[in-house]
Design a protein around this ligand. Structure first.
Ligand SMILES: Nc1ncnc2c1ncn2[C@@H]1O[C@H](COP(=O)(O)OP(=O)(O)OP(=O)(O)O)[C@@H](O)[C@H]1O
Length: 422
């Protein structure tokens, strides 16, 4: 399998990490003030003198997904020649295990002549404070006693549960990448892959990535998969049209993985977002993603409330209510208190409802013709035909086959089909 481009083009040095200059200055100033680091690096990057930065015991990089938090730490370790001890909070479920792993990492000598060690707790907000017995306290204890740099990353460290961690660390916010920067990185990748990519096409990918460079690079790789060497705006449109289920998979994935309410809600601004389709897909994918009955029930409750808004909108045409419905259906389904940690890959199936509807499309068309014919000739509404007449005709047709024949002649639909419709 080809190397994912997010790995292939992961920045190796501090300078290669784009659009995060402020964070780089803060991080470098902290490292250079408190630990041993190469002079060249410090001269170039350690530009901050604030006491708060120089005195910090640990650094917590906060920001949305795919903006370079983890990459920045990897680049830092490489720049200063330190060995990186990387721990994912969810891998380390208990205080004992956490201390053991960090302790072992710090005790063992480095084989490759590193200048020191740096500990990275990736995604600390993935810690379930209740379940991960003592995990948070253990991290704080490690920070308090550590002689090596400790850095953490989090999408959302502003949950009150993480207050103690924020208090003891310097929180450095990384921003969403600008559209310009995303386009620039995509352009460079196109050149290096020998592909001709239209500026407009890259801009369109950048726009829908919402500042998440990882998502943008993944999209570009998908568009250029199979060795394709050109990318035009039309290609992007065509892929969207030909594979609506593909973009719906992406939409669902973004909704379920969104860390913040706003992030989930923003998906409705995406040009490919079709809320009617989304409702169908969400209905069938909630139990695929949320296995626990409680979480599942909260998600369904919110989706059903959104559906009540939709029902009202359809009845009264009060379209100004749509944003409320979408907030419930996107933010509400995505942000659930007991939300579990999601696996890296979720297999969202194609909704059965759509498959059944597609299979029965012809039969439904014939049924509509029949209903329309009866409604017009009997001077009644279509819903009356559906709820009453069809049933009565069905019973009559069983005892008198002429009824079916006459309907068949009048409608030009063969008699067997009429029988199955009644
Ligand atoms: N600022 C950046 N400069 C250059 N490349 C970046 C930047 N941000 C992200 N990338 C690209 O996106 C990929 C993912 O970035 P990274 O893992 O650092 O994101 P993250 O912010 O840690 O996200 P998450 O919170 O989901 O872990 C990188 O491998 C890199 O290719």
């Amino acid at each position: 399998m080809a190397l994912p481009w997010v790995e292939k083009y992961r920045p190796k040095s501090f300078a290669d990490v784009v659009d995060q200059e402020e964070a780089k200055y803060v991080l470098a100033s902290w490292i250079c003030a408190r630990f041993r680091a190469p002079k060249d690096f410090c001269t170039r990057w350690a530009k901050k003198k604030d006491k708060e930065i120089l005195d910090a015991r640990a650094v917590l990089l906060a920001g949305p997904p795919g903006v370079g938090k983890t990459t920045l730490i990897h680049a830092l370790a490489r720049e200063i020649g330190y060995e990186l001890i990387e721990l994912n909070a969810s891998d380390v479920r208990t205080a004992e295990r956490l201390k053991e792993v960090v302790g072992r990492g710090l005790r063992e000598g480095s084989l490759f002549g590193y200048g020191g060690k740096i500990v990275l707790f990736d995604e600390v907000d993935g810690l379930h404070v209740k379940e991960d017995a003592g995990g948070l306290e253990a991290i704080i204890e490690i920070i308090e006693n550590s002689k090596v740099p400790i850095v953490m990353t989090a999408n959302n460290p502003y949950d009150p549960r993480f207050r103690p961690l924020r208090d003891i660390s310097l929180v450095v916010n990384l921003k969403r990448l600008s559209e310009e920067e995303v386009v620039e990185v995509l352009r460079r990748i196109c050149t290096s892959e020998g592909a001709k990519c239209e500026e407009e096409a890259l801009r369109s990918i950048a726009k829908s990535s919402l500042g998440d460079l990882r998502a943008a690079i993944n999209d570009l790789q998908m568009y250029l998969s199979g060795g394709r060497k050109t990318l035009t705006v039309d290609d992007i449109k065509r892929v969207g049209e030909r594979n609506p289920q593909l973009s719906m998979f992406e939409i669902l994935d973004r909704v379920y993985r969104a860390r913040w309410f706003d992030e989930a809600r923003a998906i409705s601004f995406n040009p490919s977002f079709d809320w009617e389709q989304y409702f169908i897909w969400a209905t069938e994918t909630i139990p695929v993603v949320y296995k626990e009955i409680e979480t599942m029930s909260v998600a369904y409750d919110r989706l059903s409330k959104a559906d009540m808004f939709i029902g009202r909108i359809k009845r009264t045409q009060e379209w100004e209510l749509l944003p409320y419905a979408l907030e419930l259906a996107l933010g509400g389904v995505s942000q659930i208190k007991s939300k579990p940690r999601l696996p890296p890959f979720i297999k969202y199936g194609f909704p059965q409802r759509l498959l059944i509807l597609a299979k029965s499309r012809e039969a439904r068309k014939r049924r509509d013709v029949l209903v329309e014919y009866l409604a017009q000739n009997l001077h009644v509404s279509r819903s009356y035909v559906k709820s009453e007449i069809i049933y009565v005709l069905g019973v009559l047709a069983k005892s008198d086959s002429k009824i079916v024949e006459r309907l068949s002649k009048a409608l030009g639909i063969n008699a067997i089909d009429i029988k199955t419709l009644l």
